[in-house]
Write a protein that binds this ligand. Structure first.
Ligand code: SF4
Length: 491
């Protein structure tokens, strides 16, 4: 890793959140496909702020531009877009969890295969990429990056099947984990969602063109109409022949990431017919039902706690107030600060609204607690500004397990809820009380009653440890008996 890149961070103060790894976007059949992709990626910027890239195809060749940093500043430049001609393009925004911070890991990844050019953009994380990579290297493959996504390219290149589509499907059958992939070939675009549907992928229409994106907010920004979500395990080929849908996997019970509803997705996105904003309000209402407390007002930790706080306030009858004001002008293309200003981080991002909260008993709503470091600072900040009581309510169950499906989580030993019970956590963050949403409450808020189902409908592994796939590369991680966990849930 070069020193300059090692020091590069886009959000140095926001170190106490789970972070979505990537967002993907693709357009087939629209003039200026790269410019449309840049807009789509801009709407997906919350899914990855470290780097961005676009690959286009103009009927003659492939063109790629990849850069560290945000979409704006890299892809709003005329000279960049002019060098990405064609009516088909795919794009990617990235926050790395697998692979070092380096331009060679920025996607789309591209390779000239025997069957022609092949570019791929990946949201998710493969849980057996390390094992497959060792085997491929042993057989002679030479990797250009440390990204798990490159494994897919090598599997396609070395497949014994004849057509590119068959080779790709052959590769997919060997990988495990979470993947929403958009690929570009000289024939067209291929998009696929893993058999469990862990990461999202939606399909839209822009006049005669097709759009594929991680979230519907990326369709809205380019004026596309939302057609539907890709089904878990569905693969679509978009070419001159139109759109063909394939189901190359054995059907299995879907397990989409429930944390998309809690935090990752933009609140204006729609998943499987559910408004993310509406779900977050329902989560807040459920939290009020489960752990109401006498207080004067409900205050969100902005912005991610805001919809749940609105739901909590509506259900509890308490007023909703912006007791914390967030600055939107930090954490953008920052060079890592030295220790002397690092401790000011939380104040640069959040400031207490003293006039509103002085002498008041607050219900403070946040979406989750990861390490707890930010919670400590925010509770102290509110007390310093004169809050009489701070009752913290968390709009998700305790995060006790790491994610291996494309989300940046600390090791278990760094997760506060994996190390302490509620009483100890309350003391640690110095709140007057602390309560989390229950897992059943979360399922109720997303419209599923976990007690009447025979199996969970979502991946909820960071709360329960019930990983929906084998973690082939992580035999060191405890992978509890899934049936025992299920019994615990439905008793
Ligand atoms: Fe989502 Fe958590 Fe499952 Fe990761 S472990 S996919 S964050 S629910």
């Amino acid at each position: 890793m070069s020193q300059s890149l090692a020091n590069y961070s886009t959000n140095p103060f926001d170190d106490d959140k789970l972070r979505e790894e990537c967002g993907v976007f693709g357009v087939y059949g629209a003039e200026g496909a790269a410019a449309i992709s840049a807009l789509g990626l801009h709407a997906l910027q919350h899914r990855g702020q470290e780097a961005a890239g676009i690959t286009s195809f103009d009927g003659k060749g492939f063109h790629t531009h990849r850069a560290m940093g945000h979409v704006a500043g890299n892809f709003d430049r005329q000279d960049v877009i002019e060098h990405l001609p064609g009516s088909t393009a795919i794009g990617h925004v990235r926050y790395s969890t697998t692979g070092e911070v380096s331009l060679r890991n920025v996607q789309p990844l591209f390779a000239e295969l025997a069957s022609g050019g092949f570019a791929v953009a990946h949201n998710g994380n493969l849980t057996n990429a390390g094992t497959l990579r060792r085997e491929l290297v042993r057989q002679g493959s030479i990797f250009q990056s440390t990204s798990d996504t490159e494994t897919i390219i090598h599997l396609v290149a070395t497949s014994s099947y004849r057509t590119l589509l068959d080779r790709f499907i052959d590769a997919l059958r060997k990988i495990q984990g979470a993947y929403s992939l958009i690929c570009l070939t000289s024939e067209g675009m291929i998009a696929v969602r893993d058999p469990l549907g862990i990461r999202p992928l939606v399909l839209g229409r822009l006049n005669d063109a097709y759009i594929v994106a991680s979230e519907t907010c990326a369709l809205d920004i380019v004026g596309a109409t939302f057609l539907r979500s890709l089904e878990p395990g569905e693969l679509v080929v978009i070419s001159e022949r139109g759109l063909e849908s394939h189901k190359p996997f054995q059907q299995t019970r879907a397990r989409p990431c429930i944390f998309e509803h809690v935090y990752f997705a933009r609140p204006d996105s729609i998943f499987d017919g559910l408004s993310v904003y509406e779900i977050r309000k329902r989560i807040g209402a459920q939290l009020a039902i489960e752990s109401g407390v006498e207080a004067d007002m409900v205050v969100p930790v902005p912005d991610s706690g805001t919809p749940a706080a609105i739901g909590y306030a509506q259900a509890s009858g308490l007023p909703f107030e912006l007791g914390i004001i967030r600055s939107h002008y930090i954490g953008r293309t920052f060079i890592q600060p030295g220790d002397h200003i690092r401790h000011l981080g939380v104040k640069l991002k959040h400031n207490a609204n003293r006039a509103q909260i002085e002498g008041k008993r607050l219900v403070l709503i946040d979406d989750s607690i990861v390490r707890g470091t930010t919670s400590v600072k925010i509770v102290q900040m509110l007390r310093d500004a004169g809050a009489a009581e701070v009752h913290m309510r968390i709009a998700s169950p305790p995060t006790r397990h790491s994610c291996f499906y494309g989300v940046d989580t600390p090791e278990r030993s760094k997760l506060l809820a994996a190390q302490m019970d509620i009483e100890a956590m309350t003391k640690y963050i110095r709140a007057d009380s602390l309560a989390f949403l229950t897992i059943d409450g979360l399922y109720r808020a997303v419209g599923e009653d976990a007690r009447t189902n025979t199996a969970p409908q979502y991946c909820d592994a960071c709360f329960t440890g019930d990983y929906p796939t084998r973690l082939v590369d992580r035999e060191d991680v405890e992978q509890p008996n899934q049936l025992a966990l299920l019994a615990e849930r439905v008793i």
